[in-house]
Design a protein around this ligand. Structure first.
Ligand code: SAH
Length: 222
């Protein structure tokens, strides 16, 4: 069965085009991923607005424009093996999964990861492998990666992630302190060297090393 285009998603893609997103593969993926599935019930009516929304545990589903910009900056190809650090709602993961061979994604909040996994199952996306853990440590068993996307901001990029990038690989990450100016940076490993480019200012929740304390029966802010 073929489904017609979602008019709200089509409108969102038009907005993203106007905002300067030009990669047609990226725009196509955004049009096809149902963002309403990744947004909590309270914000359903805003699911296709170009805004970040809360998903619990002090985290947010990223603004579609930022997801599109980062995905475009990552230059994802359909043969690529991709590592994502910070699954969150899983929205960015689902967009990546439409564009590459396999996505490995890590999240340090168990509850968020469980919800994201349910969404991946509903979408019947079989090229996503997820793990609960601290993404600053990378995913050594699966390294090297062709592409690495970090969706939370670190003051400095963990060396383990840079080391996990294969030759010709690209890593995109927000760098900077919480509530301060952050820069989206793109690293490229070329002939054994790391080339760095600044892609513009962004604002992300922090990349936190280690895991939150889990207290059965209580749900804290973390
Ligand atoms: N791209 C996501 C938004 C991610 S928000 C989306 O579209 O929904 C950033 C996520 O990174 C949060 O869920 C946060 O819990 C997670 N995170 C922060 N530090 C982390 C770490 N060290 N390892 C894994 N996940 C981390």
């Amino acid at each position: 069965m073929t489904q017609g285009a979602n008019p709200k998603a089509v409108r969102l893609v038009m907005e993203l085009r106007q905002a300067g997103i030009h990669d047609v593969r990226v725009l196509g993926a955004i049009e096809k991923v149902p963002r309403d599935l990744f947004v909590p019930p309270l914000f359903q009516d805003r699911a296709y607005e170009n805004v970040a929304l809360p998903i619990g545990h002090n985290q947010t589903i990223s603004q579609p424009e930022v997801v599109a910009f980062m995905t475009q900056a990552l230059e994802v190809g359909d043969r690529h093996k991709v590592l994502e650090v910070g699954t969150g709602s899983g929205y960015q993961t689902a967009v990546l999964a439409r564009l590459c061979r396999r996505v490995f994604t890590i999240e340090r909040h168990r509850a968020l990861l469980q919800e994201a996994d349910q969404r991946f199952a509903k979408l019947r996306r079989h090229n996503i492998t997820s793990r609960f853990g601290d993404g600053t440590k990378g995913w050594p068993e699966q390294a090297p990666f062709d592409r690495i996307l970090v969706t939370a901001a670190a003051a400095t990029l963990p060396q383990r992630l840079i080391d996990s990038l294969g030759e010709g690989g690209v890593l995109v990450a927000p760098i900077g302190e919480e509530r301060r100016e952050q820069q989206l940076v793109r690293l490229r490993r070329q002939s054994g060297q790391i080339l760095t480019e600044e892609m513009g200012p962004v604002r992300f929740v922090p990349l936190v090393a280690g895991l939150p304390r889990e207290r059965p029966g209580l749900s804290g802010p973390e």
